[in-house]
Design a binder for this molecule. Structure first.
Ligand SMILES: *Cc1c(COP(=O)(O)O)cnc(C)c1O
Length: 393
C-alpha cells in the first residue's frame, strides 16, 4: 500500500516522473516571497523559471485575470475577442512587429516560427529550402520539432525519428555559419543569451554576421526570446540591446506573469504566410492569458521600469562579486549565471542548501542561474545574496 499522507507521495504516485524535483511543496506567494506548506518563506531568485515576472499575485495582474475570468474565460478562435486584440496591439506597438500568433508555451511559439519560416520560403522559392540553422548548445523546447532544433546531443535520444531539416552551427563561429548557409536554408534561429545552455550571451560580431548573411539571401532570422524577452535583460527585447531587428521573435515564459502564453511575432514581410487553416491552437489567445499579458506589458513598458532593471542588475552583480567563491558572472540584466568554486559543492547542492535556508535558485549546466522577478526590491536582493553568501562561504 502506498502511503498518500504527504503531498510529494500523492504527487509522485499520479504524475509522470519527468522532473527531478526538490523536496519542497509551495503553497502560496506574496510579492517576491514564496511560502511552503508550513508557511516557511523563500526569497525567490527563480520566479518559476523566469515566468512570474511581476512576482507573486501582483494586485493589478490579479485583478485583470479575475475580472476577465468573471466575464469570458474562453471562446474559440472562430470568433473575435477585444482582449486578444488589445494584447496583440500593445505587444506589436511596443515591439515594433507587424503581427503575432498566440500559443500557450515557448515550444509552441517556436513551432509556429519554424512553420512560418518554412512556408515563407516555400511560397517564394518552392521546395528544397526547408533547412533551419540553430546553434550548438541551444534550447528551443520539448516538442519533436523544437527538440530537433535544440543543438544538444543529450536531447536527441529515445524519440526517433526526429524532425529533419536542422543544421547546427557553433556559437560565435562566423566561418562555420557561412559554410552552412546555402540555398537549402530558410532561417537561422538562436537565443541571444543561451539560457538552459548555461547563460551564455552571443558575441555582437557573430550576431551581426547572422543578420548580414541572412539579409543578403532572404533567409529569416528567428530570435528565440522565450527566456530573454519581456524585460528580462533590461529592455523589452534583447534584440534592442544587440541593436538588430529579427524577422521573427518568439516569447513565452515571463510574457503573461505566470499564466500560460506563447507568442510568435513577425515582420510585415511575413504578414501573409500563415493563412486560414495553416496553423492554429484551441487555447491560443485565451482571454485570461491575454488579460495577464496585457497587465504585464502595462506595468513594465516604460523607461523607468527598464532603467530600474539595469540598476538592480548592477547592484546584484556587485553584491555577488563580493562573495569569495564567486569567480565570474555571465548574462544580462536579471538573467545571470554564476560561475563559482567551492570544494565538493555542485550547483544542484547550492540549490538544495538554498531551500534549507529559504532561497529559491536555479541552475544552468554547472552554473547557479538567477532569474528573479523583475519587480524584486533592493532589500530582497540583499536578503537573497546574504543567504547565498552563507552557503558559499
Ligand atoms: C523555456 C524555453 C523554451 C521552451 O518553453 P516552454 O514554455 O517550456 O515550451 C524555449 N526556448 C527557450 C530559450 C527557453 O528558455
Amino acid at each position: 500500500m502506498i502511503n498518500l499522507s504527504s503531498t510529494t507521495e500523492q504527487f509522485n504516485s499520479h504524475i509522470m516522473g519527468t522532473y527531478g524535483r526538490f523536496d519542497l511543496v509551495l503553497e502560496s506567494g506574496e510579492n517576491r516571497t514564496a511560502f511552503d506548506e508550513n508557511n516557511m518563506p523563500y526569497i525567490d531568485f527563480g520566479s518559476g523559471i523566469g515566468t512570474n515576472s511581476l512576482g507573486y499575485c501582483d494586485n493589478e495582474w490579479v485583478d485583470a485575470i479575475c475580472n476577465q475570468a468573471k466575464k469570458l474565460q474562453h471562446t474559440s478562435n472562430y470568433y473575435y475577442t477585444k482582449i486578444q486584440a488589445d494584447f496583440a496591439q500593445k505587444l506589436c506597438d511596443e515591439t515594433g512587429y507587424s503581427k503575432v500568433f498566440f500559443g500557450n508555451s515557448g515550444a509552441e511559439a517556436n513551432e509556429c516560427a519554424i512553420k512560418l519560416a518554412r512556408k515563407y520560403s516555400y511560397d517564394k522559392y518552392g521546395k528544397g529550402r526547408h533547412n533551419i540553422i540553430t546553434l550548438v548548445n541551444s534550447f528551443h523546447g520539448r516538442t519533436l520539432a523544437t527538440l530537433s532544433a535544440t543543438g544538444q546531443d543529450s536531447f536527441h535520444n529515445y524519440f526517433f525519428p526526429f524532425v529533419e531539416g536542422f543544421i547546427y552551427v557553433e556559437v560565435n563561429n562566423i566561418e562555420d555559419l557561412k559554410s552552412k548557409l546555402d540555398d537549402t536554408v530558410c532561417a537561422v534561429m538562436f537565443e541571444f543569451v543561451q539560457g538552459e545552455g548555461g547563460v551564455i550571451p552571443l558575441k555582437k560580431d557573430f550576431v551581426d554576421a547572422i543578420f548580414t548573411e541572412c539579409a543578403n539571401r532572404d533567409i529569416l532570422t528567428i530570435a528565440d526570446e522565450v527566456q530573454t524577452g519581456v524585460g528580462r535583460t533590461g529592455r523589452l527585447l534583447t534584440s534592442q540591446i544587440y541593436d538588430v531587428k529579427p524577422d521573427v521573435t518568439t516569447l513565452a515564459k515571463g510574457l503573461a506573469g505566470g499564466v500560460p502564453v506563447g507568442a510568435c511575432l513577425a515582420r510585415e514581410k511575413c504578414d501573409n504566410v500563415l493563412t486560414a487553416g495553416t496553423h492554429g491552437s484551441t487555447f491560443g489567445g485565451n482571454p485570461i492569458a491575454c488579460a495577464g499579458g496585457l497587465a504585464v506589458l502595462n506595468k513594465i513598458c516604460n523607461k523607468e521600469f527598464f532603467e530600474e532593471i539595469a540598476l538592480k542588475s548592477n547592484y546584484l552583480k556587485n553584491k555577488l562579486m563580493e562573495i569569495k567563491a564567486v569567480k565570474k558572472i555571465d548574462g544580462l540584466g536579471l538573467m545571470l549565471g554564476i560561475v563559482f568554486e567551492k570544494d565538493g559543492l555542485s550547483a544542484v547542492d547550492v540549490v538544495k542548501k538554498g531551500l534549507e535556508k529559504g532561497l529559491l535558485l536555479l541552475t544552468a549546466k554547472e552554473k547557479i542561474r538567477l532569474l528573479p522577478p523583475l519587480t524584486i526590491s533592493f532589500d530582497e536582493i540583499d536578503e537573497g545574496v546574504k543567504i547565498l553568501k552563507e552557503i558559499l562561504n
